[in-house]
Design a protein around this ligand. Structure first.
Ligand code: ADP
Ligand code: 5GP
Length: 191
């Protein structure tokens, strides 16, 4: 038997490869995983879809949801860019008999782990180096220079929290990282 209603948290500095890894892991149906779509107030990127990648809200709309206590956690990840995990999203996935996957920043990941304890597994995705992180952010071509600088500055700080997570995964070779995560999930999601 496999567990249901458990939470798997992916946190990392932006550009380390969380989104890529999460997509790979979601392909493995045996884990019964569903992605928790967050709300956020940044601009939508060209390849993103409202409701699939994020619920894109204005800053004002996001603040209304904060006031309504609609979030499990939320952070102003970058100035005026709010991101938050919706309670409704987590409840819906757990009630449908699935396990929940989160792609959240480091503070958000630690916050969710604190609230859900042993029902949650927190994974820190580590880039092989800051230089490689910068390469990945540039090659992704989704952020302007200012945004890349902000993300790199924040990355060095975020990496200092890595040892507070249940596991650290070094995302150097993608397939090696995927296999490592699958082995960890095989264990965590066994009832
Ligand atoms: P995040 O979600 O953490 O911000 P992404 O998944 O968007 O990061 O990855 C950032 C960029 O790095 C993307 O262009 C992605 O294709 C690339 N990437 C991810 N993992 C690897 C890897 N192991 N080796 C090389 N490039 C990678
Ligand atoms: P991006 O703009 O690259 O999609 O995401 C920027 C950062 O916000 C990433 O570290 C991502 O994991 C984080 N993030 C996405 N959703 C949430 C959320 O719901 N809560 C928190 N705390 N961070 C989030």
């Amino acid at each position: 038997m496999r567990a249901i209603g458990k939470l798997v948290i992916f946190s990392a500095p932006s550009g380390a490869g969380k989104t890529t890894l999460v997509k790979e892991i979601l392909k493995n149906e045996k884990f019964r995983l569903e992605f928790s779509v967050s709300a956020c107030s940044r601009e939508k990127r060209a390849n993103e879809i409202h409701g699939r990648d994020y619920y894109f809200l204005s800053v004002a709309e996001f603040k209304v949801k904060i006031a309504e206590n609609a979030f499990v956690e939320w952070e102003e990840v970058y100035a005026d860019s709010y991101y938050g995990t919706l309670k409704s999203e987590v409840e819906h996935i757990r009630n449908s008999g699935k396990n929940v996957v989160f792609d959240v920043d480091v503070a958000g990941g630690l916050n969710i782990k604190n609230q859900f304890g042993d029902n949650a597994l927190s994974l820190f995705i580590m880039p092989p180096s800051i230089e490689e992180l910068e390469n990945r952010l540039r090659n992704r071509k989704s952020d302007n220079e200012d945004s890349i600088k902000k993300r790199l500055a924040k990355a060095e700080f975020e990496i200092t929290f890595a040892d507070k997570f249940d596991k650290i995964i070094i995302n150097d070779d993608l397939q090696t990282a995927v296999r490592e995560i699958q082995n960890i999930l095989d264990c965590f999601l066994k009832e």
